[in-house]
Ligand binder design. Structure first.
Ligand SMILES: Nc1ncnc2c1ncn2[C@@H]1O[C@H](COP(=O)(O)OP(=O)(O)OP(=O)(O)O)[C@@H](O)[C@H]1O
Length: 342
């Protein structure tokens, strides 16, 4: 393994921000750290980069220890490139000067040529003389990437690299950045709280919750066999439904789903997109609240007759008026069911 984070624990005073995390990334692999705000993603990345002092655990790259066992290599001496929210471009330096800044190990003349080369590689040739405020958000982000790549790092860390960029440009940049990262072949850790971004960029996704990695797997493996509700809920259109399991069947307010082997008791179903269909039925379990066309079929939002707090969106072949009753059929192949901790 190229990048190894092992048994990392970090506290800020009494707050346990990172709780026994181990994670590895291979050369050329993009691992997305995904999780809600405050779950410890940024702290983990800062520890790995050397921007925060390691309290417990180990960080190693290509077999060499960077931190742990009393060693703590300073950030600037780690062969790591990073783009952090609080390490933005220097406003008083031009794009090329910003990139050259990362190359202070080279003689002055060589720095400029190398910085120009890096800017060209991220598609910014000719714009090196501009100051950050003369560049668009996407261009500024590419300068930051060029700076991160400048020293030929063996690992690259990106913390919410698209947070200040509008949605349309963000999608385009995502594909570009994935291509650039793959071209460089470094082990990459990318922090995001956006599931769509994690799925679009990650070869693997490490799902974090309250300081821990609850599972790490490829998007496909998560779709087919997530071990946690958080992992299963990453996918567009996934919905969570609570119910009670008994005899290998989960009963929800909208009907039952088969769940072989599930222990009896409270449980949670994560229904993937298209996993629940609705048909009009005067004795149905749901009442239509709203219906929208979502080509080629419709999406009807239902409220449960038995529990007005429970809602679900189902696929329907026709539009139905609010107030109509729907019966719901679940596709067991598109439902992952998890026992709910008491
Ligand atoms: N410098 C700090 N001092 C004290 N507590 C901190 C500090 N930095 C982070 N924390 C706390 O540590 C926990 C993890 O924070 P962290 O920033 O790593 O989470 P995150 O998952 O990156 O969140 P976000 O997505 O909002 O950036 C949170 O409870 C946070 O309040």
């Amino acid at each position: 393994m190229s990048l190894v984070l092992a048994d990392i624990v970090h506290r800020y005073g009494r707050t346990l921000a990172v709780d026994r995390v181990s994670l590895e990334a291979e050369r050329g692999e993009i691992v997305c750290l995904f999780g809600p705000s405050g779950c410890g993603k940024t702290t983990l990345l800062r520890l790995a980069a050397g921007l925060e002092r390691l309290q417990a655990g180990r960080v190693a790259l290509d077999g060499a220890l960077l931190a742990g066992n009393g060693l703590d290599t300073p950030a600037e001496r780690r062969p790591i490139g990073f783009v952090f929210q609080d390490y933005v471009l220097f406003p008083h330096l031009t794009a090329i000067e910003n990139v050259a800044f990362a190359l202070n190990v080279l003689p002055r003349k060589a720095r400029r040529a190398r910085a120009e080369e890096e800017l060209a590689r991220v598609g910014l040739d000719g714009l090196g003389g501009r100051y950050p405020h003369e560049l668009s958000g996407g261009q500024q982000q590419r300068v930051a990437l060029a700076r991160a790549f400048a020293r030929g790092p063996r690992a690259v860390f990106l913390d919410e690299p698209f947070s200040s960029i509008d949605a349309v440009l963000r999608r385009r940049l995502r594909d570009e950045i994935r291509r650039m990262l793959k071209e460089r072949g470094a082990a990459t850790l990318l922090v995001t709280h956006d599931p769509e971004e994690a799925l679009a960029l990650g070869d693997r996704i490490a799902v974090m919750k309250a300081g821990r990695i609850v599972e790490a797997a490829s998007p496909r493996a998560l779709f087919e066999a997530a071990k946690t509700p958080e992992g299963a809920s990453l996918f567009p259109g996934a919905q969570q439904l609570f119910g009670i399991a008994a005899g290998g069947m989960l009963t929800t307010p909208f009907g039952a789903v088969t769940a072989p082997g599930l222990p009896d008791g409270p449980a949670l179903a994560v229904v993937q997109a298209g996993g629940a269909r609705g048909v009009e039925d005067p004795a149905g379990t749901g009442v239509v609240v709203d219906c929208r066309f979502a080509g080629p079929d419709w999406r009807a939002r239902l409220r449960a007759v038995s529990d007005p707090a429970a809602e679900i969106v189902v696929v329907a072949s026709d539009c139905a008026a609010p107030g109509a009753r729907f019966a719901v059929r679940f596709d067991p192949a598109r439902a992952r069911i998890f026992p709910r901790p008491a």
